[in-house]
Design a protein around this ligand. Structure first.
Ligand code: SF4
Ligand code: SF4
Length: 92
């Protein structure tokens, strides 16, 4: 399943999409430790699989929270680099 976390406003759309089918096969959960903003958490989904999600209290601040990683147009963010399966996508 593709799970979308984020929001849109007048300046754009700010969503992180996580492919939880890939998370269910993941053993290292490297996304959690990689993110300097601590955005990723591991939860049990409805199928009792361990999957990543974006912490609820941070979902409406993604543009600000990710701004350090994306400064200067960088595209090699810690979260996507850490996830070997390629389960993480950003919309901006
Ligand atoms: S590292 Fe990737 S596949 Fe593993 S739990 Fe995190 S987002 Fe899911
Ligand atoms: S871009 Fe940086 S702050 Fe944003 S989710 Fe990825 S690692 Fe975390």
């Amino acid at each position: 399943m593709l799970a979308n976390y984020g929001y849109e406003d007048a300046s754009g759309t700010y969503y992180i999409t996580i492919d939880t089918d890939m998370c269910a096969e993941c053993t290292d959960h490297a996304c959690v430790g990689s993110c300097p903003a601590g955005l990723y958490d591991i939860i049990l989904d409805d199928y009792d699989d361990e999957v990543a999600e974006i912490r609820e209290e941070q979902r409406n601040s993604l543009r600000t929270l990710c701004s350090g990683c994306k400064a200067g147009g960088k595209t090699d963010w810690p979260c996507t680099a850490a996830c070997a399966a390629g389960a993480i996508r950003h919309s901006w």
